[in-house]
Structures are given as C-alpha cells and as structure tokens.
Design a binder for this molecule. Structure first.
Ligand code: ZN
Length: 249
C-alpha cells in the first residue's frame, strides 16, 4: 500500500485520470460541491506539484465527483499545454543561440581569412577589384632641372641663346624646375612646344620659394613624344614668356 506521506507519483495521477475516464464525467453529479477540495489542491494535482503529499490528494473524491474531475482534467490540459509552450520556448532559445554561434564562427572564419569554402567563393571577384584599384600606370620619373644658369630670352622673338639645353628623357616625368633668380612665387604657366611650334603640353603650377630659389613642379608626359628639339616656355606671374631649349632623348 502507498503511504500517505509519499510524494505524488506520475503513475498515481495517471491512475486518477484513467479511473475517471472509466466513468462518465457526468456520472457523479455534485451540484452542491459537497466535500470538494479547493481549487488550489486540484491545481497542484494537475501541475504535478512535488510539494503535494499523497495524503493531501483527494483521489477518491476526484474520481467520484464529476465537477472535480472535469475541473481536474481542464487544469491538467492547461498544465500540459503550458509545459509544451515552455518546451517550445526553450527550444527556440536554444535554436537562437545556435544560430548566433554559427554566425559568429562563420564571420570569424571569414574575417580570419582561413581556408574555407567561403573564401574560395570570395576569391573570384578579387582580380577585378585589383585591376580597378591598381590601373597599369607608371609613376612619373621625378627629376630636377636647374634653370638658374640659363639666361632665357624674352618673348617669342628669339631662340634660347644661352647655349645650354635642357635634356629630358622620353618618359613620363615629374619635373621640378628651379627657376632663375628674381622669379617670384605665384602662378606659372609652363608649355612645351615641338619644333613646329605646336604645344604638346601645357600646365599651370604654383611657384614656391625655398632658400631664395623659386621652383615649380609639373608633370610632363614625354613617353609618347618624339625625340628631338622642343622649346620650354615658362611665364612667370605678371611677366612675359621665357624660352628654354629642350632636347628629348
Ligand atoms: Zn468534488
């Protein structure tokens, strides 16, 4: 026999339901609810409250009182439903944690650039990006041309008469022209004319003074120019053009 102080067992409560189902839910009408336990006891039964002692459970009453049995089965259904919702919620939490974890590992792997399938897929667009970012452009050759020793002629009326000639390589150039003494800082116009007088390059540049010498830096692309004689003409701010003979070689 079961002792009155034993905890509620699942088997016992199943027996209650089974017993009740044997009889009709309406076989034991009890309109006055004579001897009925209170609702909290029925609820404790339905929710399998472990604090409930066997002696507290009015099993014999519930199975022989239709109103109590109906209330018990209703509470029991709610208990099962609530438990199911709790299980579902717990499952969703587990799923969410798993999803976040997988995403984290996935991003971590991608960020680390470790060999993986995703990296293989990413490798394809990279060459295209590389060509966009690094067009085949050769950095200009930097050189300094000192024009201080030149005594340029004024205007277009005569060729350079100094006997000096500027020699420029047939390349893309970034030339820093050191200008003759007396030339002020400001905006300079720089032109390169070929032997027929056609302007092949024209730049504006700001002359800046360093240690009393004004210089202008201009990019001149001579990579596609023909070799031979050219004329460099420079117009200081507010002054007329100065001419310097150039040989591209
Ligand atoms: Zn009852």
């Amino acid at each position: 026999m079961t002792e009155p102080n034993q905890p509620v067992t699942v088997k016992l409560l199943r027996d209650v339901v089974a017993l009740g189902q044997k009889y009709s839910k309406t076989a034991f009408p009890n309109p006055t609810r004579n001897g009925c336990p209170n609702s909290s006891t029925l609820r404790a039964m339905a929710y399998r409250d472990r604090r409930l002692r066997l002696g507290d459970i009015p099993v014999s009453h519930v199975v022989s009182c239709s109103p109590c049995f109906q209330e018990y089965t209703r509470l029991r259904r709610m208990s099962v439903l609530t438990h199911g919702i709790q299980v579902t919620a717990a499952s969703l939490v587990v799923l969410a944690v798993l999803f976040v974890s997988v995403r984290f590992v996935w991003n971590y792997t991608r960020g680390r650039g470790e060999p993986s399938i995703s990296r293989e897929h990413r490798a394809e667009p990279q060459p295209r990006v590389a060509t966009q970012q690094a067009p085949p452009r050769i950095a200009p050759l930097a050189l300094t041309v000192n024009l201080a020793s030149f005594s340029p002629t004024r205007g277009d009326d005569a060729k350079g008469d100094s006997g000096n000639t500027v020699h420029l390589p047939q390349k893309s150039l970034r030339v820093n022209f050191l200008l003759p003494l007396g030339m002020e800082p400001g905006e300079y116009a720089v032109r390169l004319k070929d032997s027929t007088g056609t302007v092949v390059a024209e730049k504006l540049a700001v002359g800046q003074m360093n240690d009393g010498i004004t210089s202008v830096e201009v990019d001149i692309d001579l990579a596609g120019a023909s070799r031979g004689s050219f004329t460099l003409v420079i117009r200081p701010p507010g002054l007329s053009w100065r001419r310097f003979p150039v040989v591209v070689e």
